[in-house]
Write a protein of this length. Structure first.
Length: 417
């Protein structure tokens, strides 16, 4: 329910700072003449931790062996750097001006140190922060932990947001020219703890807490709104407690090649829990992964959300974003009910580089009865993958999605689903 990265906006041009790759390449450029790995001065204290490449690859010529050693060393360097150091990024958009940030992602397996564990699924911690020249900020800390032998999982997200999100109105037919900038200042906490109850089925509690200090539309005479936000009906606390049922049957939950995944939850936001607003929230997520040819994987997903009651406008279902309906700005369409689905082909390209092609459909409506087959929005796109962690098979993803009126560029860690 959190909008993680600021890159999904057709108005913005996104540049990633490739200083890491440039730095690593400059070091390896000396490998040909010296046979040694160059390490910048500021990294000497931790240089012994850098893994080395295998010296020989049977079945290849001496020249091919040298090239493979260079590629392997470069791979080791990049993955080592990302393991211990944050990556920088920057972007530009009309609503933020220039944005600068740092991100840090680590995948690991919980268990006894030094004991090899092929059963426990990997865990991860993701942290990022950024600031804009318009004095806007966002800080997010996410932990996704899987405990020994997959007996329990605990996922928590803590965020501070002082950041704009474009607002186009409510409904499935909002117009692009009605765009307004909606700014919120708030704290967000989401947590869930699930215990394995039978085979790969889990159940437990889920809790969300949102505290909105500010929420307002920026006035703009060039873009008159088709919906007026009630300033008193967006501020205050939202507190919701519920139950979740989850089935985890994937071979790798951070980057699945085969298997199933089911996630169904129901939450109650009520004054008895300290919430200013009374509403119920239902969500369901179904995924299936299968290899179709050698290393080519077909991934599919059906996802729905429903809110019943007095949900504020910023908390109703938002179509689009980095994970669903890539190609549509998050919140381009919003309403009480949401239904979307997507297909994605994943395939290797070369070395640590992979690719994907995807398409998706989705719509929003006041109720499920008001949804119709001819109301779906359609998206399609493609992307590249750069492996940042070979042990846990985690990628940095670069996606470009296209809808009927937008082109979205996305840079993120892990797969969309």
């Amino acid at each position: 329910m959190l909008n993680h990265f600021p890159f999904a906006n057709h108005f913005r041009k996104t540049w990633i700072l490739f200083s890491l790759c440039c730095l690593s390449y400059s070091g390896f450029s000396q490998y040909k003449s010296t046979g040694k790995l160059f390490v910048p001065y500021f990294l000497y204290p931790v240089y012994p931790a850098i893994p080395s490449a295998e010296p020989f690859h049977p079945g290849f010529s001496l020249k091919e062996n040298k090239m493979m050693d260079k590629l392997q060393n470069m791979t080791n360097w990049v993955q080592w750097y990302l393991k211990y150091f944050p990556y920088p990024y920057a972007s530009y958009s009309n609503e933020t001006n220039w944005l600068f940030g740092l991100g840090k992602y680590n995948a690991f397996t919980l268990g006894k140190k030094g004991v090899k564990d092929s059963i426990t699924q990997p865990s991860s911690i993701n942290t990022f922060l950024y600031a804009t020249l318009n004095q806007q900020y966002k800080v997010v800390i996410e932990s996704n932990l899987m405990f020994h032998k997959n007996r329990a999982m605990w996922k928590t997200t803590l965020a501070y947001v002082d950041y704009p999100l474009e607002f186009f109105g409510i409904g499935n037919e909002t117009q692009l020219e009605n765009q307004r900038t909606f700014v919120t200042t708030d704290w967000q906490l989401s947590t869930q703890y699930l215990l394995k109850i039978w085979k790969n089925w889990y159940t437990g509690f889920v809790y969300d807490l949102y505290d909105y200090k500010k929420a307002y539309l920026i006035e703009d005479e060039h873009y008159p709104p088709n919906y007026t936000i009630d300033g008193d009906h967006v501020l205050g606390t939202q507190s919701g407690l519920g139950v979740k049922i989850l089935m985890e049957e994937r071979d790798n939950r951070l980057n699945a090649r085969r298997g199933y995944f089911t996630d169904v939850s129901y939450q109650v936001f009520a004054k008895a829990l300290g919430s200013k607003y009374d509403y119920n929230f239902f969500q369901a997520d179904f995924r299936y992964y299968t290899p179709v040819y050698k290393k080519i994987t077909l991934a599919s997903q059906i996802h729905t959300e429903a809110r019943f009651g007095d949900a504020p406008v910023q908390s109703i279902s938002l179509l689009g974003g980095d994970y669903y309906m890539r190609g549509t700005y998050r919140g381009r369409y919003r309403d009480n009910m949401l239904l979307d689905a997507q297909l994605e082909f994943r395939f290797p390209i070369y070395w640590i580089i992979g690719g994907v092609i995807f398409n998706s459909i989705g719509q929003v409506a006041p109720t499920y009865k008001q949804m119709s087959f001819d109301a779906f929005h359609y998206n399609y796109g493609a992307g590249l993958r750069l492996q940042m962690d070979s042990e846990h098979d985690v990628n940095i993803r670069f996606d470009v999605g296209r809808s009927s009126d937008q082109t979205i560029f996305i840079i993120n860690v892990q797969e969309a689903f």
